[in-house]
Design a protein. Structure first.
Length: 112
């Protein structure tokens, strides 16, 4: 992929982004190394982080697979995601959720 930026600028952005990422992660290690106990409200809030990150990664791929929001039955990913969510709610089993979601997606892609 061609760019109009010179190589020094591109590498500078990469290095700065790496340093900032390392600093952000290191700040949490430093912070939690300085305190003895994590407050209960922080601990309870941190329990929701994995689910929030997962939703933030998956939701755009389901709702807008081509870059534009597609809220219709023609969006096979949305239909599979909704049915997988219903299976997760009803059974509370990860394997069933994955099976339903992938089964419906494959049905739409390869059979219908």
């Amino acid at each position: 992929m061609a760019t109009s930026y010179d190589p020094v600028t591109v590498w500078g952005v990469i290095v700065v982004a790496g340093i900032l990422t390392f600093a952000i992660r290191g700040s949490f290690v430093y912070l939690f190394g300085r305190i003895d106990t994590v407050p209960p409200n922080v601990k309870s809030a941190l329990e929701y982080v994995p689910a929030a990150v997962f939703a933030a990664l998956v939701f755009p791929a389901i709702v807008a697979p081509a870059g534009e929001v597609a809220l219709s039955l023609g969006n096979e990913r949305l239909v599979a995601g909704v049915l997988a969510a219903l299976a997760a709610w009803y059974t509370e089993r990860v394997v069933v959720t994955i099976g339903v979601g992938m089964g419906v997606l494959w049905l739409f892609r390869f059979v219908l």
